[in-house]
Design a protein around this ligand. Sequence first.
Ligand code: FES
Length: 365
Amino acid sequence: MTTVSTFRHFDELQPWNDRHDLLECIAATEETADVMTFTFRSDRDNWFRYLPGQFVTLELPVSENEPVFRTYTLSSTPSRPFSVSVTVKAQATSIGTRWMFDNLRPGMKLKAFGPLGDFSFVRHPGEKYLFISGGSGITPMMSMIRWMADCTPQADVAFISCARTPDDLLFKTELECLAAQMPKLSLGFIVKNHNPRDGWHGLRGRIDAARLSLLTPDFRERTVFCCGPEPFMRGVRDMLKVCGFNMDRYHEESFQPAAAPAAEELAVRAGPGETDADAVATVTFTMAGKDAKCPPGQTILQTARAIGVRIGAACEGGLCGTCRIMKVSGEVDMRHNGGILDEEIEEGYILACCSQPIGDVSIEA
Ligand code: FES
């Protein structure tokens, strides 16, 4: 457990490194009946370096033999770098999140991967912003607005949060406090259902062009960040398109994997004489001491699974970084989606889920 005796100054610490450090849970806080915030520190007293809006992948020991991997956007801000938080909702069918609700408590340690991700105003800067979230999609927006409140309180942000009922609106009180400190932060809350006893006097229904214009008349001039369930984001996209919004300034949190290259395309990229569409590469897994044939179109991860070599994988789309492994020799075609850093590629790491061999390769797994 963390105590004040662990205190060290910032300049004595290192940045958190997911290869060496674990996350130690330091708080589990109930936000609503089905939403909790889990806060972590580094088990080696390190600090966290990330962009507001990025995500982490947690390795959850749900069962003894087979951990599950779950990716969550961070709700914390890197301007407070000694801890990170995820705010998670337990759906009726959830396995990993339900495990966290029932088991994850201060003192427990988890392996994690990241932080990673492109969904940040740092990557897509604008003059002024519109954040639109549905339900627990508010978490990356909280990370960004908390950073802005700490570091650029003059930021011009229209913040719209949509939820099922007034009780499901996350962080409403905190947002109202931030709006008192940030002169250009405007808040809009929309709830789908309400009960006369809720005392709700705000907007009701779903977000549409009329409600958006009412809350943010200048929305066409803003850079938009949207996060929520896919049908919610689709609705926002369609609404903005119909309103003539320039979609170049629209960004959403998406965990869609990058398309894998076709075998014929791989052959073309490898060049004449180097391979052909029927070529079968050999993948050697040095730690397991096993070889396997990998036909065109198959990834290193699929090849590993076929012969029982275990490589952890959460998104299987080149996003989360969970399947990062060291390539010892050979070449691969990697189509990642932001799940690996340029420095890691230079060091020789690849993501197994989105890498296909170009000729024989050896992998440290
Ligand atoms: S499993 Fe997520 S990047 Fe490979």
